[in-house]
Design a protein around this ligand. Structure first.
Ligand code: SF4
Length: 498
């Protein structure tokens, strides 16, 4: 594999200022999260931002569905400042450029989605473009983006170009499909306009719920930016990672394995939990990377046949050195008695995730540590293999973290869906908070449970909506009935309903 840097050294990026926080350059990697309170509820939003900031976040994002929501961000910001919090705020915009313009008057940074800023949601009506039509589309995009960039320049506001797997424009889909190359081109279309305008306060993200897609695409973006002489800082995240160990392990594998190669300037761990719970996980990932970086002169690994035993905090470097010239090998990662279970889960996810994603490391991985009993160690191995898509041994959940667009208790719903579908090995089930982004962003889910309005849910098979706006209390039984009618439910489906 080609490493982008000499292990752990940050790739050079330009510096972007977001209020009092600087991203990129030689600045520490910034940690951020997003509220899930209604943006029009000023008091609840302020209280949640304070909880997130107190947990250690550097930056907080809020959804702004409309210009009215965007304007209320100013009110939230004023309340926050009055409480003594200087945390920079970011507006999250989809499908509504007018909201982006309004938000640029109120907050320090605006995130736009290239898949739906200048283009409507995907229609699939016109899938073929001649070269002339494609050029016309790019001119139309240019004309819509330039005034927004100029407003941000005037206001000293940064922009995040935030691409998500599953929400690309028809134009990109027509040429590239929903591929890493398409996601990268979607970002580059916007970055080229920013560069032409000499506007450099830009952060870029490309997220996916599939860790392999996410890491491959970010690495491709880094290469393509280098080809075009760009060095914009990167925001990393595995989107719709879910909750509990699933969400933590997927995030540590995806974010951590890029940080190992010096890629990433700000990170968000997305969990379907209270947002302040994301911050300690992000800090654990960064602490592990720092410890690896600081460890000097790693001792050699122990090699027995094709098995390499490496020790914390040099697991990756020891294995890379020992595996030189070996066509295939297995790894045992050993962690000391000074580490607790949670820290080991994060460290092992970063270390073994990196090796599984980027080297010829075989699936027979082992983790040893005094703090881990046999079952916890085996579960951790299984979850890392699933996160890297090496071995699928259980149901895969694609659950968004929820945000101000969510109109139901997503955490409770995810817990119920998980309890009812836990045995469906290999199925991918999406549990998404809103109809605006949910269907696109659950990407490759086999089935989807998507919030459609207050007390209403839509059920999807793949990308097709099969039950629209049904009452929420009927949604789970109907989802299970659909899975059963497709022959994907094992014989004990009645038990699954309990
Ligand atoms: S999919 Fe979830 S996180 Fe994304 S916009 Fe909808 S509710 Fe918010």
């Amino acid at each position: 594999m080609a490493r982008h840097t000499q292990g752990y050294l940050r790739r050079h990026t330009c510096e972007v200022h977001i209020g009092g926080v600087s991203i990129g350059g030689h600045n520490p990697i910034a940690v951020q999260s997003m509220t899930n309170t209604p943006t029009m509820d000023t008091e609840a939003s302020v209280e949640q931002i304070i909880r997130i900031a107190d947990a250690g976040a550097d930056i907080v994002r809020l959804t702004a569905q409309t210009p009215t929501h965007a304007r209320n961000l100013g009110e939230i910001r004023r309340h926050l400042r009055a409480r003594g919090y200087e945390t920079p705020l970011v507006a999250d915009i989809h499908f509504n450029p007018a909201a982006a313009f309004a938000a640029a008057e109120e907050v320090e940074k605006v995130r736009i989605n290239p898949g739906n800023f200048a283009d409507p949601g995907r229609t699939f009506i016109k899938l073929e473009y001649t070269d002339g039509e494609y050029a016309d589309e790019l001119r139309r995009l240019h004309d819509k983006v330039v005034p927004f960039v100029e407003l941000c320049r005037e206001r000293g506001v940064a922009i995040r170009i935030g691409v998500n797997h599953g929400s690309l424009s028809d134009r990109i889909m027509s040429r590239y499909g929903d591929t890493p190359a398409g996601m990268v081109e979607s970002a580059l279309e916007f970055l080229r306009i920013c560069r032409e305008l000499d506007f450099n306060d830009v952060v870029i993200s490309i997220k996916a719920s599939n860790v392999v897609v996410m890491t491959d695409t970010v690495r491709l973006l880094v290469d393509r930016m280098a080809d075009e002489g760009m060095d914009f800082p990167l925001h990393l995240g595995v989107t719709e990672a879910g909750d509990g160990d699933d969400g933590r392990i997927k995030s540590a594998v995806g974010i951590g394995s890029l940080l190992v190669d010096g890629i990433g300037d700000t990170i968000r761990v997305s969990l379907t939990e209270d947002p302040e719970r994301e911050i300690p996980v992000a800090r654990q990932i960064l602490a592990h990377i720092d410890e690896c970086r600081a460890a000097a002169n790693p001792s050699p690994a122990h090699i027995a046949g094709t098995r390499i035993t490496a020790t914390h905090p040099n697991v990756i470097e020891q294995v890379l050195a020992a595996a030189e010239g070996m066509p295939a090998f297995e790894v045992e990662a050993a962690y000391p008695d000074t580490m607790n279970v949670d820290d080991i889960k994060i460290a092992a996810s970063v270390d073994l995730g990196y090796l599984l994603l980027n080297t010829a490391c075989g699936n027979d991985i082992r983790i040893t540590a005094p703090a881990l009993d046999e079952k916890v160690a085996a579960d951790l191995v299984r979850d890392i293999l699933q996160a890297t898509r090496r071995v699928i041994s259980k149901t895969e959940y694609i659950a968004c973290p929820s945000c101000g667009r969510t109109l139901f208790d997503l955490q409770d719903t995810l817990a119920k869906v998980k309890a009812a579908t836990a045995g469906l090995k290999g199925l991918k089930i999406g549990v998404m908070g809103c109809i605006v982004n949910g269907p696109g962003e659950m990407a490759d889910a086999d089935y989807g449970y998507v919030g459609a309005g207050l007390g209403r849910v839509s059920i999807y098979r793949g990308k097709t909506c099969v039950e629209k706006n049904i009452p929420a209390d009927e949604a789970l039984p109907r989802l299970l009935a659909l899975i059963k009618s497709d022959g994907k439910m094992p014989g004990n489906d009645e038990k699954a309903h309990d």
